[in-house]
Design a binder for this molecule. Structure first.
Ligand code: F0G
Length: 478
């Protein structure tokens, strides 16, 4: 059946017929309606997935069929890089979808960065999610959660954030004027670029004395008490939208599956969503093989690395030994260890999507690595020198790919896609400190993080305000 027929039939149906929520624990499997607002299974408390009765969705016979939607770019819904894949996340009828032009992003072949990583020419790609309207990948998921929130009639939405989720929520609230944004941030942990967005877009901004992990816990309590819709990635509808990052990667590769997807890991929403995307595409017969997944932690916030690589925690067909994680969290509390990294977006020690990420790692034969702040900033400088800037957390993917290349886990001829999750201007403080010639500034911002050198710094040249001196400096350095 053709996609156009498909949309019409979706329009006629109520979404509840084909979409529902399901507990991720295969030994529980409790389901609830798509219209219910939940962040946990009502029976066992585990995370929830959005799931579909695919037999009621007229799925295209091949991914290439989605190219037909390119001709409908005049329609805001088909212009959206999320909703042009609506058939693969059909939880809301097409006439209820909200959009702010998200997902117009780019998969860039990046040979210079590829050389730095150790790849053969033509093998490294950067998926640049900084091009989203609020400047990060969050818009992919936020538009889906926002659509769900409006579908069930919510008037207020809340999140805890290291900055990008809050910027995205605030942006959708102000663009649509449909909901009030309430955001929780930790004290002193949010970059100015992100904070400025939330304030300017008019979000109610609650700064609590604590870090992101504290804010995450509080926002869940408050959302429950006050009946406010929660849009953190614990919300399964967020992850539906984030699946489309992978659909666009495949689209840009003319529907060929790469060998590796490398992604920074914080709250583990992206990695979980990517795993779900590939699982569903494979189950639906739309791809024939699964890429491998590499999730990269910052060394100062490396819970997933510690649990997966060091303590052997696995999804284990739906029976992860969660006492390993509990024990680890007890150790963090006992030693008063807080997450600490220059990559503030992923400064998270208690990732809410841990189990879903373990499932994704199992399905995608994944690996986890950790990279230091020094490695992150060097990789970031290389990405920036290649013309596409990114924020520190995003560069963890490139630093991680380099590490995996050095280890020989990634081969130089593999086709590798690194996800650049956020725009360069999100966090200028770290960038300027890295490139500055001012040693005090460097030490103040970076020294305390163990960053001792700026191998790829592009220093500003200081000259007196005299024509001769300026000309001399330009001739010397250009
Ligand atoms: N990169 C950036 C730029 C981010 O903002 C985040 C998360 C991540 C990576 C990690 O992604 O959670 O899916 O593993 N930022 C959240 C926020 C926590 O509040 O903006 P994840």
């Amino acid at each position: 059946m053709k996609i156009t027929t498909n949309i019409n039939s979706l329009l006629r149906r109520t979404n509840s017929e084909l979409a529902f929520q399901r507990c991720i624990n295969p030994f529980c499997g409790t389901t609830c309606a798509v219209t219910e607002v939940r962040t946990a299974c009502p029976k066992c408390g585990d995370l929830l997935d959005v799931d579909y009765d695919w037999s009621l969705v007229d799925i295209p016979s091949s991914l290439a069929e989605f190219e037909k939607h390119w001709q409908q770019r005049f329609s805001p819904v088909r212009f959206s890089g999320v909703w042009r894949f609506h058939e693969l996340l059909p939880f809301a009828p097409i006439d209820r979808l909200i959009t702010a032009g998200e997902g117009q992003t780019l998969l860039q072949q990046a040979d210079a960065v590829g050389r730095f990583v150790g790849m053969q020419p033509g093998k490294l790609y950067l998926q640049y999610e900084g091009m989203n309207p609020s400047g990060s990948f969050k818009d992919n998921g936020m538009v889906a959660a926002f659509t769900h929130a409006r579908m069930i009639g919510a008037s207020r939405a809340a999140c805890a954030s290291t900055g990008n989720t809050s910027a995205s929520l605030a942006m959708y609230c102000s663009v649509t004027q449909l909901m009030r944004a309430i955001i929780f941030i930790g004290s002193g942990k949010i970059s100015y670029g992100k904070l400025s967005q939330a304030l300017e877009y008019g979000a109610l901004t609650v700064q609590i004395a604590g870090d992101f992990d504290d804010a995450m816990q509080r926002v869940q309590e408050v959302a429950k008490d006050l009946g406010i819709y929660l849009v953190n990635s614990i919300n399964p509808f967020r992850l539906e939208g984030q699946k489309t990052v992978m659909f666009r990667v495949l689209e840009a590769l003319r529907w060929e599956v790469p060998d590796w997807i490398v992604v920074p890991g914080g709250n583990l929403g992206n990695s979980s969503a990517f795993g779900k995307a590939f699982y569903e595409l494979y189950k639906l017969g739309l791809i024939e093989r699964i890429p491998r997944l590499a999730v990269i932690n910052a060394a100062g916030a490396d819970t997933l690395y510690q649990l997966f690589e060091k303590r052997g925690l696995r999804w284990n067909y739906g029976k992860p030994a969660m006492e390993i994680a509990c024990h680890y969290y007890d150790e963090l509390d006992r030693d008063h260890r807080k997450a600490d990294t220059i990559a503030s977006a992923i400064e998270i020690n208690r990732p809410v999507n841990l189990k879903k990420c373990l499932r994704a790692l199992e399905f995608c034969d994944g690996v986890v690595r950790r990279v230091s702040d020094q490695e992150i900033l060097d990789a970031k400088a290389q990405v920036g020198a290649g013309g596409i800037g990114c924020e520190p957390a995003s560069a963890a993917s490139v630093a991680g790919a380099r590490l995996l290349r050095q280890e020989g886990v990634i081969a130089s001829g593999d086709r590798v896609v690194c996800i650049l999750t956020g725009h360069q201007l999100k966090d200028p403080t770290a960038t300027v400190a890295y490139h500055t010639a001012d040693q005090d500034k460097f030490n103040e911002v970076l020294g305390s993080r163990g960053v001792s050198r700026a191998a790829f710094a592009n220093r500003a040249v200081a000259v007196p305000n005299e024509l001769d001196a300026i000309i001399k400096a330009i001739q010397l350095y250009s």
